[in-house]
Design a protein around this ligand. Structure first.
Ligand code: AMO
Length: 439
C-alpha cells in the first residue's frame, strides 16, 4: 500500500490507508491508546485498541518523536478524546498494523507538540533540530520559503537576471571593520559582506541583475537584528534617472512579497497575529527631516548625524500614526556615513541614497552609485581607501557603464518584522553569532 499524506485522510472515510510520520503526543485512556501523528501536511489522531495485540504492544513502547508507519481504517470521529483541535478532527484512524521506523535516543529537551514553546532562546537554538519541529517554529520557515519564492518571481517578472557572485574576495566590499579575514593558500582573503561590486559588474553585462545570497558580517555585538551570516536580497539596475527609480522598484517588490504571504500563508500569519499596513506608495522623508521629527515629536536628540535603532523605531511609529504605513523611506544620508560608491547629491554633503524602515527596523539600504570612473577614483581616495585595493572593481567603469543603482535587503529582517518576532536568530534555521557556530 502507498503512503497517504495526513491532510488527505478526511476525504477517505471507510477506506484503508497507510500513513507515516512523527509522534506528536501519545495519550493512554483506560485501555485505549491515542496518538497524534504528524507528517509534513498535518496532524491526525490514531487509535490503537488492545484487541489488536501486536500493534498494541508497539504502541505501548513509542514515545514523542518516534517515527512510525501505520495502516488502518479511516473512521468518522466520535469526538472528545483529542486535547487539541486538529484540522483533521472529523476523522481518526483505527490502527491495524504499526511499524516503528526510528526511535528516540535519550530524553527530549522539551515537548515539541506544545502550542508555544516555553523555552529561552538559548535552549531553542541549542536544540535546533528539535525546536524546528514545533508547529509555530515550523511556520516561520514556511513564510520564509514563500518570501524567497516571491522575491525571485517578482524580480524575474521585472526582467532582472538572477546571478550568484563569489563570496571569497580580495577586498572588503562594504569597508568598515565588520569583515572576516581568512587564510587563502599563501595569502589572505575576505568573506563577502555584500555582492556590491559584482552586481554592479552585472549591470555592465545584463543591465538588471538580482541575487539571493549568503553574506558575512563580523558584527562583534549581540543585538536582536544582527547576525554574522545572513541572506541578502540584492538588486542592481542600469539606465535609471535617479535613486527614486530604485525606491519605486523596491516598493513594488515589498508590496508583492506581502501580498503573496497574505494570500498563501494566511494561517501562519494568523498564528502570529500579524497585522500589516501597506499603502500603495510608501512615505519618503529626508534623514534630516526624520531627525527633526524625533526632536519635535519625541523629544529625542540624536548625538551624531545618523539615526540610531531607537530613532528608527520611533520613526516607524510616526509613519504608522501619520500615514497608516508600516514602511517609510529615509533618504539623503550624509556622504560621510555612506560607502565610497554612493552617488553624492547636488549638495555633496549628502547622497542619493536611502534606507527602508519596516515596522521600525531598517530592512534595506540602497541608492544610486557613482558610474563615472574619475569621480569614483576621487571618492575612493577621499574615503581614505587605497586605489590599488579596488583595481579590479575600477575596471568595470573603464568599459562603459550607465547610471545605475540598487539595494541590499535583509531577508531575515523581513520575516522577523512580518511575524513580530523579537530576535532575528529565531527566524534563521541555524544562526551564527559571536558565540554560536553550532548546531
Ligand atoms: P547594508 O550594509 O546596509 O547595505 O546592508 C543591507 C541590509 O542587510 C541587512 N543587514 C543585516 N541583517 C542581519 N544581520 C546583519 N549583521 C546585517 N547587516 C545588514 C539589513 C540592511 O538594511 N551594499 C549595500 C546595499 C546596497 O546599497 O545595495 C549593503 O550591503 O536589512
Amino acid at each position: 500500500m502507498k503512503r497517504t499524506l495526513i491532510v488527505r485522510i478526511p476525504e477517505l472515510v471507510g477506506e484503508k490507508v497507510k500513513i507515516a510520520g512523527w509522534i506528536n503526543v501519545r495519550r493512554d485512556h483506560g485501555k485505549l491508546i491515542f496518538i497524534d501523528l504528524r507528517d509534513r501536511s498535518g496532524v491526525i489522531q490514531i487509535v490503537i485498541i488492545p484487541d489488536n495485540e501486536e500493534a498494541y504492544q508497539r504502541a505501548r513502547e513509542v514515545r514523542d518523536e518516534y517515527v512510525i508507519e501505520v495502516e488502518g481504517l479511516v473512521k468518522k470521529r466520535p469526538g472528545g478524546q483529542s486535547t487539541e483541535k486538529l484540522e483533521t478532527s472529523s476523522v481518526e484512524i483505527e490502527v491495524e498494523k504499526m511499524k516503528i521506523i526510528s526511535r528516540v535516543e535519550g530524553e527530549l529537551s522539551f515537548e515539541v507538540s506544545s502550542k508555544k514553546l516555553d523555552v529561552n532562546i538559548q535552549t531553542l537554538l541549542d536544540n535546533r533540530n528539535l525546536s524546528l519541529r514545533n508547529k509555530r517554529v515550523n511556520d516561520i520557515f514556511k513564510i520564509y520559503s514563500q518570501i524567497l519564492k516571491s522575491y525571485n518571481d517578482v524580480m524575474r517578472e521585472n526582467d532582472f537576471l538572477e546571478i550568484k557572485s563569489p563570496k571569497i574576495l580580495s577586498t572588503a566590499s562594504e569597508g568598515g571593520a565588520n569583515f572576516f579575514k581568512m587564510e587563502y593558500f599563501q595569502g589572505e582573503a575576505f568573506l563577502a559582506q555584500s555582492p556590491q561590486f559584482y552586481k554592479q559588474a552585472g549591470v555592465g553585462a545584463f543591465e538588471r541583475v538580482f541575487e539571493i545570497g549568503t553574506v558575512f558580517r563580523a558584527e562583534p555585538h549581540f543585538t536582536t537584528r544582527h547576525v554574522n551570516e545572513y541572506t541578502s536580497f540584492d538588486a542592481e539596475m542600469g539606465f535609471i534617472e535617479s535613486y527614486a527609480d530604485i525606491m519605486k522598484q523596491l516598493t513594488q517588490v515589498m508590496k508583492r512579497i506581502i501580498r503573496d504571504i497574505q494570500k498563501n500563508c494566511a494561517s501562519e500569519l494568523a498564528e502570529y497575529e500579524s497585522e500589516l499596513f501597506v499603502p500603495d506608495e510608501f512615505p519618503k522623508i529626508k534623514l534630516t527631516e526624520a531627525l527633526e521629527i524625533l526632536k519635535k515629536e519625541f523629544g529625542k536628540e540624536m548625538e551624531g548625524i545618523d539615526i540610531d535603532p531607537e530613532g528608527e523605531r520611533l520613526i516607524g511609529e510616526w509613519a504608522k500614526k501619520t500615514y497608516n504605513s508600516d514602511f517609510i523611506f529615509l533618504t539623503h544620508y550624509p556622504s560621510s556615513i555612506r560607502p565610497f560608491y554612493t552617488m553624492p547629491s547636488a549638495d555633496p554633503q549628502y547622497t542619493e541614497s536611502f534606507d527602508l524602515i519596516f515596522k521600525g527596523v531598517e530592512i534595506a539600504t540602497g541608492g544610486q552609485r557613482i558610474h563615472d570612473y574619475n569621480q569614483l577614483v576621487a571618492s575612493i581616495q577621499s574615503h581614505g581607501l587605497k586605489l590599488d585595493d579596488f583595481k579590479h572593481y575600477l575596471e568595470i567603469f573603464k568599459l562603459g557603464i550607465p547610471p545605475h543603482g540598487g539595494w541590499g535587503l535583509g531577508s531575515e529582517r523581513i520575516v522577523q518584522k512580518v511575524l513580530g518576532i523579537k530576535n532575528i536568530k529565531e527566524v534563521i534555521l541555524f544562526p551564527r553569532d559571536v558565540k554560536r557556530l553550532t548546531p
